[in-house]
Design a binder for this molecule. Structure first.
Ligand code: ZN
Length: 189
């Protein structure tokens, strides 16, 4: 165990590498954050592993996706803190990933006609008002549910950690919404 726990999964740090005759070697690691508290919660570590697997699955191999690293890192911090429900931390992670790629659904305005949304239908990765949702299949969200998804998506890190009042959206519904975001990612591949 030359590097101790520094090369464990989810350890963040600066990795110094050097080139030998045939391959690259790791010289040392300056650990910045080890996410040890996260690793004490089985459900949180499972979710972190899912996010990591998505990053591998939905980004190009051998192509640096540095733009996603801060999103992943800060999402792990939210998950570790336990201040946001895990299902909502998941929604937040994928929504911010999609926003980074210009693919996140607009949570405030109808995709069809642009009116400000109250209750809405989440269908094929977009939100629609009652007028535009005729004939579409999807998840129906109350104005409050949609507002909560909006809040946890766009609030900055510190404000999410300080959020007052527990979100009321059903966790199963939030998970279904998140799966729709993941479908947007998989459809791109
Ligand atoms: Zn509309």
């Amino acid at each position: 165990m030359r590097f101790g726990g520094a090369t464990d999964p989810l350890v963040w740090g600066t990795f110094h590498i050097y080139r030998g005759p045939n391959r690259w070697y790791l010289r040392d690691v300056d650990v910045r954050k080890d996410f040890l508290p996260l690793r004490k919660h089985p459900s949180r570590i499972r979710r972190a592993a899912e996010w990591a697997a998505s990053l591998v699955k939905y980004t190009l191999p051998g192509h640096a996706s540095d733009d996603l690293l801060p999103i992943f890192y800060w999402s792990l911090c939210v998950l570790e803190s336990g201040r946001l429900r895990e299902d909502l931390a998941g929604w937040r992670f994928y929504w911010r990933w999609l926003r980074n790629w210009g693919l996140a659904p607009d949570l405030e305005r109808c995709q069809g006609c642009g009116v400000p949304l109250g209750e809405a239908l989440f269908s094929e990765g977009s939100f629609f008002c009652a007028q535009c949702s005729g004939g579409r299949q999807g998840l129906r969200l109350s104005g409050q549910d949609r507002g909560e998804l909006f809040a946890v998506s766009v609030l900055g890190h510190e404000r999410v950690l300080a959020m007052e009042g527990l979100p009321g959206i059903d966790p199963g519904k939030a998970e279904s919404c998140t799966r729709m975001l993941i479908r947007t990612l998989s459809d791109r591949m």
